[in-house]
Design a binder for this molecule. Structure first.
Ligand code: GRG
Length: 296
């Protein structure tokens, strides 16, 4: 399987959908839509929507009904990046190869465009036309999966503990909580949403969930390693930020090689959980390896 071609094809599908549903820069109030589009179309990998589509297809889904849900994940992820870069949080100047949203549009507009991205995500998933294509019960379940992954018991919870832990001595349990929530929870939600909209049976939904938990954590460990070993050019953001900010990471806690080993183990464990899905889960298996071995 040509993973590169797969990634490009799925990214194109998501981007075309986002292009259709996100208001143009000429829509009033123009500055808000300009700020939203600036961060959304700055060139992210679209990993979360691609995982949702791959999960949907792995359980037999074959239409475009997954796109509003997959795209909602990207809107939420982009909002989290915009807010995370603010001076009140990570205070970063570069993201996705460009100056951060607040550097270009100011802090108030960065807060508001992040808020609008989050709200738009829920608007996309609950459009009347979607309720005609998918059973309302499944729409509700998928939306709640995303609420859970993005909210206080998921990404926001992880971000809060991350901020509280900066510059303090953190135990391994807290480090694991931060990683599995800040990054892992939205990735887990992506897999579950694909399964729910694809009407997965219990066994397959559980397998997708466990896979999501494993690759979600592996994704963040790989990100921590890239922060130490990657370049600004490849990553599109400044590197070595974790150490400067006194953030606890897997490589800082375990050492680089054991952290790499842990990411590899999580990848293998994630893939093992796809056994009940057979051949249809081939893209998910390859995506797990991409997540762990990526260079950006
Ligand atoms: C501030 C609401 C709020 C949440 C903060 C997810 C998050 C929690 C902050 C984003 C910053 C960060 C370093 C998060 C860890 C997750 C991560 C590795 C993000 C980068 O994701 P990629 O590599 O980025 O998928 P692209 O640009 O490719 O989409």
């Amino acid at each position: 399987m040509d993973l590169q071609a797969y990634l490009e094809q799925k990214k194109k599908r998501v981007d075309e959908y986002l292009e259709q549903v996100v208001p143009s820069e000429n829509t009033y109030p123009q500055v808000l839509h300009k700020a939203i589009r600036y961060s959304l179309f700055a060139g992210g990998k679209r990993i979360r929507p691609i995982l949702a589509i791959a999960a949907f297809e792995a359980v037999g889904g074959g239409s475009d009904v997954i796109l509003p849900f997959a795209s909602a994940l990207e809107l939420i992820h982009t909002y989290s990046l915009v807010h995370d870069d603010l001076p009140a949080m990570d205070n970063d100047d570069f993201r996705r190869g460009k100056p951060t949203n607040h550097k270009v549009f100011g802090e108030a507009m960065a807060v508001l465009s992040g808020d609008a991205l989050l709200t738009l995500a829920f608007s996309l998933m609950t459009e009347e036309r979607i309720l005609k294509e998918i059973e309302p019960q499944l729409v509700l379940q998928a939306s709640r999966e995303i609420c859970f992954g993005a909210g206080n018991f998921g990404m926001i919870g992880g971000q809060v503990v991350d901020i509280l832990s900066e510059g303090t001595h953190v135990d391994f349990g807290t480090l694991e909580y931060i990683h599995t929530h800040k990054t892992g929870a939205l990735i887990r939600a992506a897999l579950r949403v694909g399964g729910v909209i694809g009407k997965a049976n219990k066994e397959n939904l559980l397998g997708l969930t466990r896979y999501g938990e494993c690759v979600g954590l592996a994704f963040q460990i790989a990100d921590d390693l890239l922060d130490i070993e990657g370049t600004k050019e490849a990553l599109g953001k400044n590197t070595k930020g974790d150490e400067k900010k006194g953030k606890i990471t897997y490589p800082a806690f375990l050492g680089r090689e054991p952290a790499r080993q842990k990411a590899q183990e999580l990848m293998d464990m994630g893939i093992k959980n796809l056994d009940s899905l057979g051949e249809s889960a081939k893209p998910l298996r390859e995506l797990a390896s991409f997540i762990v071995h990526r260079k950006h």
